[in-house]
Design a protein around this ligand. Structure first.
Ligand SMILES: Cc1cc2nc3c(=O)[nH]c(=O)nc-3n(C[C@H](O)[C@H](O)[C@H](O)COP(=O)(O)OP(=O)(O)OC[C@H]3O[C@@H](n4cnc5c(N)ncnc54)[C@H](O)[C@@H]3O)c2cc1C
Length: 355
């Protein structure tokens, strides 16, 4: 019998599967091959909030767990997926200078924010108020990492199909799916959770992100630029530019309005010719209270959820996978901020509105 069936192979499914490999537990991973949020993400690994010059919730802990996790992956698969890129943050007003300076000397943030404000712009980028650097941050090649991982799984460990919820048989101590027996099943479906008959009661609100791929020879290949939008290097002269944030539209169709917004922000920043080569959209699995969703179903103790990675799946995925495993295997309490029992009322009273 397997330890778990994992549904979904974005960052959540990947990190949980890696966690099981580390613990010597067997699993079957099922994913439909749709691109999801992870394969469309900018891949930025950053524990700070640049809008407010603060650390993200639990940012340093997440970061300190994420870094060795990605480095271990690289060592094991003899590859490179985490680039040591700095972020050049373009300031938008004079008062940012003082705010940045204060933040860059504060405990925790001083590891990431470099105090000096720089006026000399890199080629192609302009900002009226200068820029400052973030160090010890990076860019994860998410798609490459997921592909390497999938390709190393055998056809017994990985099933490419849309999970058929009707076909899942529930027994007191196990689940069976099309002949595969496992002690538990962990749903890592991203925004697909909305279709899950057991966990769709959770307040996963979702937020659409549109982004562009552009070609230009006017940017440095090893720096992330932030100023209205992120500009993230993907390959030689190719950059990811994003992203919009909308809670209203939950489709993955790119829109003219989204493109217009991205181009306006980009043109303010990049004063060098560029060509748009792609315009796409995906839904971030964001939650009503902006915290992840981990835990066991209130009624069926074999069913688990790993979701709500929101805007920071690259940062949070590794430690969250560890927390979930400790909870499942050793009944170690989950931090109250991420445990799904905080939404118990939505289960017991499904009519409670949350959006
Ligand atoms: C435009 C954009 C930019 C982003 N940029 C960043 C960034 O720079 N840094 C960062 O940390 N985060 C970023 N994010 C957020 C990040 O992408 C998410 O936090 C993370 O990818 C969520 O991972 P997930 O595994 O939960 O969901 P997903 O990546 O969506 O994966 C879920 C997978 O499950 C599959 N699935 C769902 N239902 C089923 C089913 N029934 N059967 C089989 N398979 C199923 C889906 O097809 C999908 O492949 C960004 C998101 C977007 C949209």
């Amino acid at each position: 019998m397997k330890y778990a069936i994992i549904v979904g192979c974005g960052l959540a499914g990947f990190h949980y599967a890696r966690q099981l490999q580390k613990q010597g537990k067997e699993f079957v991973l099922i994913s439909d091959g749709a691109s999801g949020a992870s394969r469309n993400a900018g891949g930025v690994l950053n524990p700070t909030i640049l809008k407010r010059y603060t650390l993200a919730w639990n940012g340093v802990n997440f970061f300190d767990h994420a870094l060795p996790t990605y480095r271990n992956f690289e060592a094991e698969f003899h590859t490179s997926v985490l680039q040591d890129f700095s972020i050049h943050h373009y300031l938008s007003q004079v008062s940012d200078h003082n705010n940045w300076s204060v933040a860059s000397h504060s405990k925790g943030l001083n590891r990431f924010l470099v105090p000096s404000i720089l006026q000399s712009d890199p080629k192609g980028i302009q900002g009226d108020f200068g820029y400052a650097k973030l160090q010890n941050v990076g860019k994860l090649e998410v798609q490459k990492m997921l592909d390497i991982f999938r390709n190393h799984l055998t056809s017994k460990d990985f099933l490419k199909e849309s999970f058929d919820y009707q076909a899942l048989e529930l027994y007191p101590e196990k689940v069976v799916y099309k002949g595969v027996e496992a002690k538990s099943i962990v749903f890592c479906e991203g925004f697909g959770l909305k279709q899950n008959p057991w966990f769709s009661y959770l307040p996963l609100t979702g937020s659409k992100g549109e982004f562009l791929h552009i070609r230009t020879d006017g940017l440095a290949p090893n720096k992330i630029v932030k100023g209205g939008v992120f500009i993230v290097p993907i390959a030689k002269n190719l950059y990811w530019v994003g992203a919009t944030f909308s809670r209203e539209d939950k489709t993955t169709q790119p829109t003219e309005k989204g493109k217009e917004w991205l181009l306006t922000k980009l043109k303010k920043l990049l004063h060098h010719p560029f060509k748009v080569v792609e315009h796409r959209a995906a839904i971030r699995p964001t939650v009503q209270d902006r915290r992840p969703l981990l835990g066991v179903h209130p009624q069926y103790k074999q069913l688990y959820v790993f979701n709500g990675l929101g805007t920071r799946g690259v940062l949070m995925g590794p430690l969250l996978a560890d927390w979930l495993f400790q909870f499942m295997e050793y009944q170690k309490d989950l931090p109250s901020e991420v445990a799904i029992d905080r939404f118990e009322t939505y289960f017991s009273n499904p009519k409670t509105p949350y959006v």
